[in-house]
Design a protein around this ligand. Structure first.
Ligand code: GLV
Ligand code: MN
Ligand code: MN
Length: 412
């Protein structure tokens, strides 16, 4: 039986980015399709029934006894951030396949089907909206807004869906799907140092920080680098630089807040040209949804002020805002009873499990990342920890989907 490390080894060459390092596996790209085909081949080899739904989510059902009822779902995503690591997403998909192998080898009898889901564009690296597939299924984004999103090449999401064999007219809230799911458990690489600090291989997810993305556009006056006196400039790059420092300071003034500017695009981007426009993207996170909103409101104010001080016009547009998520208390109790040594940890990273949590009981398992670094080529999971994670996922799936005696849910 191939383990998690072996499965990940099979896709180690797909989507490598020699310029940035690590992987660039963009949503709905040829690379993501290749990864999906790899997943489908493995699912079919195991006798799973595979389908792709109208929102582009791939489902593989394991139901050897042909039982009815709501499904227990596990899985994750195969896309990555630009220059990301090899575990954020694929670890959960490979672990799901191995967990099914383990359950089959143990001869576990199911009283519910188990589905493995692969969600498209989880990172939002192409169209800017993270968890696009699960957001569509959950009705958390208006389909007409989603279809109009453009990637860096100028292609709309509608164009890309069509090319990918999906019908843009059919995307959107899928109540039937949500009603058919009993619970969703996503296994994921830990993206911080929580498990390193406590010396454990696996944790149960407790919560996700509130988080969102905002686009800031600064319009100035494009001009000549040599003939424009410093006093005559309306330079949006200078405005952006000042804003980024002030944003850092504003976040530092709020306990436990995080604010990041990781992407900045000057137009026209010439060495001897004062930019006419600069756009940058802001990511803000905090344990509390209201505190997140109030920090963003302060940032909007400073952006407008600094823009005006530099003789530019700056606008801030919200692209997404996801409230704090606390994973389902009953499901977490089952996970705690199944994995008594696992601690519970919160995370600052967003996940499809967070989007679905509003509609169905969801939970997560985190697997130790010995570097504590993620969204970077340095993200890592030791092979031994990956196999422990898959075995513990199998235990959780067995507890949720097999007819044996269940651990009682303690009062919450
Ligand atoms: C995705 O991993 C995110 O947290 O943005
Ligand atoms: Mn992820
Ligand atoms: Mn990620």
């Amino acid at each position: 039986m191939t383990g998690v490390a072996g499965l990940l080894g099979e896709i180690a060459g797909i989507g490598r980015d020699s310029a940035r390092g690590g992987y660039s596996r963009q949503g709905y790209s040829r690379t993501e399709t290749e990864l999906r085909e790899w997943f489908v081949a493995h699912a079919e080899r195991r006798g799973l029934d595979v389908r792709r739904d109208r929102n582009g989510i791939t489902w593989a059902r394991w139901n050897p006894a042909s039982v009815d009822g709501k499904a227990i779902v596990t899985g994750s995503h195969l896309d990555s951030v630009p220059g990301g690591g090899g575990y954020d997403g694929p670890l959960g998909v490979a672990s799901a396949l191995v967990a099914i192998d383990l359950l089959a080898a143990r001869g576990v009898r199911l009283n519910r089907p188990i589905d493995v889901a692969v969600f498209p564009e989880e990172e939002g690296s192409r169209f800017g909206l993270a968890c696009l597939g699960s957001r569509l299924a959950a009705g958390a984004v208006d389909p007409s807004r989603a279809l109009a999103l453009r990637d860096d090449a100028g292609d709309t999401f509608a164009d890309v869906l069509r090319r990918d064999g999906l019908d843009p007219a059919h995307i959107g809230a899928d109540h039937e799907l949500l009603e058919s799911i009993e619970a969703f458990v996503e296994l994921h690489v830990e993206q911080g140092r929580g498990l390193i600090d406590i010396g454990q291989p696996v944790a149960i997810g407790a919560s996700i920080l509130a988080h969102g993305r905002w686009r800031i556009t600064i319009d100035g006056q494009g001009n000549h680098a040599g003939t424009t006196l410093m006093s005559d400039r309306h330079d949006p790059m200078v405005a952006a630089s000042r804003m980024i420092v002030e944003i850092r300071d504003a976040a530092c003034a709020v306990y436990d807040a995080r604010a990041t500017v990781g992407r900045l695009v000057p137009v026209p981007s010439g060495t001897n040209v004062i930019a006419s426009r600069v756009s940058f993207w802001l990511d803000v996170r905090h344990p509390d949804t209201a505190v997140t909103a109030s920090l963003v409101s302060r940032i909007r104010d400073l952006v407008a002020r600094v823009g005006a001080e530099e003789g530019c016009v700056a606008t801030t547009t919200e692209e997404s805002l996801s409230p704090t998520v606390h994973f389902d208390a009953g499901l977490r109790s089952t996970l705690r009873a199944t994995l008594p040594y696992a601690v519970e940890l919160g995370t600052g990273a967003g996940h499809d499990a967070g989007i679905l949590a509003e509609h169905i009981p969801t939970a997560m398992l985190f697997v130790r990342n010995p570097t504590g670094i993620s969204h970077s080529p340095e993200e890592l999971v030791e092979d031994a920890d990956a196999e422990i994670g898959a075995a513990q996922l199998a235990d959780v799936l067995a507890a949720l989907a097999s007819p044996g005696p269940r651990a009682p849910h303690p009062p919450t």
